[in-house]
Design a protein around this ligand. Structure first.
Ligand SMILES: Cc1cc2nc3c(=O)[nH]c(=O)nc-3n(C[C@H](O)[C@H](O)[C@H](O)COP(=O)(O)O)c2cc1C
Length: 164
């Protein structure tokens, strides 16, 4: 017996997350990118992160073969960026200003944080693939708030409280 799909979705929607855009480049340097909330830190030593990609993602093969990817943690004013990379199609990059990281991955401006990664493993995960990467370079803004995702809607951080 397994949980039904609607209950599963509703339950997972209670787990508030940030929103990232994960990018990579194909052998010709053509950029690809997908909005991803299934992102997590994995290991401190070595520094590893992971994200989960639907097998139906248009450019799955680019992520599989590139060997590198970049993760962008979106800021609260980047809902448009999230929507752009959550839309299917090859026009995601139209009119968008971006640079290149040391590993060739496309880097988006104005994000709360970004990480340039080398893919170290790709695991099966049902209808998704789990990409694990070592973080080679990272940068984080000291100010600004994250874009959040909760119960299928975007949300904003109201206030910070100390963890202890
Ligand atoms: C807030 C948000 C979070 C998402 N998280 C994921 C995710 O973790 N993994 C995933 O594969 N798709 C996720 N998606 C869906 C993809 O962004 C969407 O399917 C996108 O169209 C895929 O683009 P492509 O198939 O053109 O590459 C998310 C969408 C939104 C709006």
């Amino acid at each position: 017996m397994t949980v039904d799909a609607a209950t599963f979705r509703n339950t997972l929607g209670c787990f508030a997350s940030g929103v990232t855009v994960v990018t990579a480049a194909d052998a010709d340097g053509t950029p690809v990118g997908v909005t991803v909330s299934a992102f997590s830190s994995l290991s401190l030593d070595p520094p590893l992160v992971l994200f989960c990609l639907d097998r139906k993602t248009s450019h799955l093969d680019v992520f599989r073969t590139s060997g590198h990817f970049a993760v962008h943690v979106l800021a609260e004013n980047q809902r448009d960026v999230s929507a752009r990379f959550a839309k299917r199609g090859d026009d995601k990059w139209d009119g968008l200003d971006f640079s290149r990281g040391n590993n060739g991955s496309p880097l988006l401006p104005g994000c709360l944080a970004s990480m340039e990664c080398t893919t170290t493993a790709i695991h099966e995960g049902g209808d998704h693939l789990v990409f694990v990467g070592q973080v080679d370079r990272a940068s984080a803004s000291d100010t600004g708030k994250p874009l959040l995702y909760f119960r299928g809607n975007y949300a904003a951080l109201a206030r910070l409280v100390t963890a202890s």
